[in-house]
Design a protein. Structure first.
Length: 285
C-alpha cells in the first residue's frame, strides 16, 4: 500500500508540475508589452497588406529590434500578416518550440496574400505556417515527418477550399471617378526604358518639365513627358488652377514585383477649355 501511495503521489506531483509549467508559459504574455522601438517597427510593417516571402525592409527592421519573446508574442497579433512575419522571424532565428506555435494556430483560418516576386497565392495562416514543416523543406530545420505532415495537410486543404475568390476591382471605373471632367481624351506612348541608350537624353525632357500645347477653339492639346516605374500602372489626369492647368500621372495599380525598371512615357492630353477663364499656362507635376 505504501509503495502504491508513493507512486500515486509521485504521479500527481509530476502532473501538477507540468500543469503549472503550461499555465506559466501561457500567462507569460498575459500582460506583455512591446518596447517602443519594437512597437514602432510593428506599426510600420502593418501597413503592408501582403506577406512578401523574399522579405521587406520593414520586416528586416523588426528583426533588428525584436527579441525571441517579442516574436512569440506577435504570433498572436490581431493582424494576420504580422502573425506570419513573426512566425518567419522565429523560424529564421531557429526558435526551438516552433511546432508549438503552429499547433496553437491549427484553426487560424484568416486569409493572407503571399508574394514571391510576381507570383503568389491566398492562403490561411494555418496553411502558411504548415508549409514550413514540409519534410523536404529547405527553409526550416524543424520539420514534420511525412505522416505528421499529411495529418495536418488534410484539414489545411479543407480550409483552403473555403477561401472566397478575391473580388474583382474595376480599375477603369475607379479611374473615371478620379479623372477630371476637363480631360476629354488622352494617349500614352512608351518613349524609352532605363536600359535604353537614349534614356538619359529623354530624361532631360522630364527634368526640364517640357510641355508643348496648342489651342483648338475650346480645346487644348498638350504633350508632356513622365519618368515612371514600369511596374506601376498610372493614369493621366489634369487639375485646373485658375488660368493654369497641371498635367499629372496618378497611380492606380502597383504590380507585386520588386523590379524598379524606369520608363519615360510621352502623354498627349486633350483638355476641355470652355470655362470663362481660359487656359494660358500648362505645367507638369
Amino acid at each position: 500500500m505504501k509503495v502504491k501511495s508513493i507512486i500515486t503521489l509521485l504521479f500527481l506531483s509530476i502532473f501538477f508540475i507540468n500543469c503549472g509549467k503550461e499555465t506559466s508559459e501561457k500567462n507569460q504574455f498575459k500582460n506583455y508589452k512591446l518596447r517602443k522601438e519594437v512597437q514602432s517597427a510593428v506599426d510600420s510593417l502593418s501597413v503592408i497588406d501582403k506577406v512578401y516571402l523574399k522579405g521587406t525592409l520593414r520586416y528586416t527592421n523588426l528583426l533588428k529590434v525584436a527579441s525571441m519573446d517579442d516574436l512569440v508574442y506577435l504570433t498572436n497579433h490581431k493582424i494576420p500578416t504580422i502573425r506570419c512575419y513573426a512566425f518567419i522571424g522565429l523560424m529564421t532565428k531557429n526558435y526551438p518550440k516552433l511546432k508549438d506555435i503552429f499547433l496553437e494556430h491549427l484553426k487560424d483560418t484568416a486569409v493572407v496574400q503571399t508574394r514571391y516576386d510576381c507570383v503568389g497565392e491566398r492562403e490561411t495562416v494555418m496553411k502558411f505556417m504548415l508549409e514550413y514543416f514540409h519534410p523536404r523543406s529547405l527553409q526550416s530545420k524543424i520539420k514534420f515527418n511525412q505522416n505528421e505532415f499529411d495529418k495536418y495537410y488534410q484539414p489545411a486543404e479543407v480550409y483552403q477550399k473555403k477561401i472566397k475568390p478575391e473580388q474583382f476591382v474595376d480599375y477603369q471605373k475607379e479611374i473615371r471617378k478620379r479623372q477630371s471632367d476637363e480631360l476629354s481624351y488622352f494617349s500614352k506612348y512608351f518613349w524609352s526604358y532605363s536600359n535604353d541608350k537614349k534614356y538619359l537624353e529623354d530624361l532631360k525632357l522630364v527634368k526640364k518639365g517640357v510641355v508643348t500645347f496648342v489651342r483648338y477653339e475650346d480645346m487644348v492639346l498638350a504633350t508632356a513627358y513622365f519618368d515612371v516605374n514600369s511596374y506601376i500602372n498610372y493614369f493621366p489626369n489634369v487639375e485646373r488652377r485658375g488660368d493654369t492647368v497641371v498635367l499629372k500621372q496618378e497611380v492606380y495599380k502597383k504590380y507585386p514585383c520588386d523590379e524598379k525598371l524606369r520608363v519615360i512615357q510621352k502623354v498627349i492630353f486633350v483638355i476641355n477649355d470652355n470655362q470663362i477663364t481660359k487656359i494660358k499656362k500648362v505645367i507638369v507635376e
